[in-house]
Ligand binder design. Structure first.
Ligand code: PLP
Length: 393
């Protein structure tokens, strides 16, 4: 029998990537599968960014780069965040990482010892647990409730008995999978509780540019210098500039931790691809036009999905998402009517209706499914017709 390291024994691939792969496999077999499982915009990377990377290659920017990224890019990201996120950033606080996922991975590797805990408001993105476990730590879920609009309610957590070895908390607003956007007030309460427990705050802000209903994203680090000093801000252009495949994101944190994250990067991936960094440099300097256009298209789709879900209120319920591109649909009535759980239902829907959805169990909340509207209006139309057929059977 093959023996793996203990660290890898219970390691599984991301369930979302698995569902997307299964949907792609069925498509290859000739089935007309519509995936509402995607965690990425369906638009291509803006042409200016593509051109910048192509030009960089032609200009010979194809060699090793500094581990934390080109200084010009770190300066451009620092300027971009200072301008748009209401807190001052210096290039020495920025490390360019291989996507927001790798940003989270390196930050956790640098902060969490084996046996230590990290708090994760749940439902939560599928990879936080694995990332913490790969550092030898474990997560403690903190409940986010539908009746609170899936926004953090610290009062609910204050009575929980937490161990003394908690190192930090991972926050994610706008949120995947719920689409909740935390207000300044939510964050102030949460952060003052976290700081009183001497926790690090790892703030995953990858969906920061995708908000609706005039809501503006609030960066945790903008709440003041003391908060900034205990926060790792994680973000990137993957979602805002349709650059998921480029594998480029960043951490922003105080200089000593930034140096450790940079050292970790240099000893693992070396650095992010040279010409991808040049594409990102263009993204950091671009205006808002492309992002605004994409967000207004997402908004139209969001309204459309809501209008369809409203018709099935006997079976499903939802809280209107204010950010990202997901609905987290409460299917408990439907599931009990059908006598299945969310995982079985998603399996059935893929096999029979050929629509891909992600079960809530993947995010730590059974009874729900995550529906991504990062696909064309026509696909949404057809997929929701098929879902309606499933409801009728
Ligand atoms: C909440 C959240 N954080 C991080 C990531 C990873 O982003 P990236 O593609 O930049 O690694 C995702 C991707 O789906 C996500 O949903």
């Amino acid at each position: 029998m093959l023996r793996f390291s203990q660290r890898c024994e219970s390691l599984k691939s991301s369930s979302i990537m698995e569902i997307s792969a299964k949907a792609a496999e069925l498509k290859l077999q000739g089935f007309d599968v519509i995936s509402l499982a995607a965690g990425e915009p369906d638009f291509n990377t803006p042409i200016e960014i593509q051109n910048a990377a192509t030009k960089a290659m032609a200009d010979g920017i194809t060699k090793y780069t500094p581990a934390p990224g080109f200084l010009t890019l770190r300066q451009a990201v620092a300027d971009h965040v200072t301008r748009e996120n209401d807190f001052p950033v210096e290039p020495s606080e920025v490390v360019i990482t291989c996507g927001a996922k790798h940003a989270l991975y390196t930050a956790i590797q640098c902060l969490v010892n084996p046996g230590e805990a990290v708090l994760v408001p749940t439902p939560a993105w599928v990879s936080y647990g694995a990332i913490v476990e790969l550092a030898g730590g474990y997560i403690i879920p903190l409940p986010l409730l539908e009746e609170d609009g899936f926004r953090p309610n610290v009062e609910r957590w204050k009575g929980m008995a937490l161990p003394s070895n908690v190192r930090g908390i991972i926050l994610n607003s706008p949120n995947n999978p719920t689409g909740a956007v935390y207000s300044r007030d939510d964050l102030m309460k949460l952060v003052s509780w976290a700081l009183s427990r001497d926790l690090w705050i790892i703030s995953d802000e990858i969906y920061e540019k995708i908000t609706y209903d005039q809501l503006r994203h609030v960066s945790v680090a903008s709440l003041g210098p003391e908060v900034k000093g205990r926060t790792v801000t994680v973000s990137g252009f993957s979602k805002s500039h349709c650059m998921t495949g480029w594998r480029l994101g960043w951490t922003i944190t105080e200089k000593d931790l930034a140096q450790k994250i940079s050292a970790f990067t240099s000893q693992s991936i070396s650095h992010v691809t040279s010409f991808a960094q040049m594409g990102a440099l263009t993204a950091a300097r671009m205006g808002h036009g492309v992002v605004d256009k994409m967000v207004s298209e997402f908004d139209a789709r969001r309204q459309y999905v809501a209008s369809r879900l409203d018709k099935w209120s006997g079976d499903v319920a939802y809280t209107m998402p204010h950010g990202a591109f997901y609905f987290f649909v409460n299917c408990s009535k439907l599931l009990s009517r059908k006598g299945v759980n969310d995982v079985q239902m998603c399996r059935d829907l893929l096999a029979n209706q050929h629509i891909g959805l992600v079960p809530g169990a993947s995010f730590g909340s059974s009874g729900y499914v995550r529906l991504s509207y990062a696909t064309s209006m026509e696909n949404l139309h057809r997929a929701l017709d098929r879902f309606e057929d499933y409801l009728r059977t």
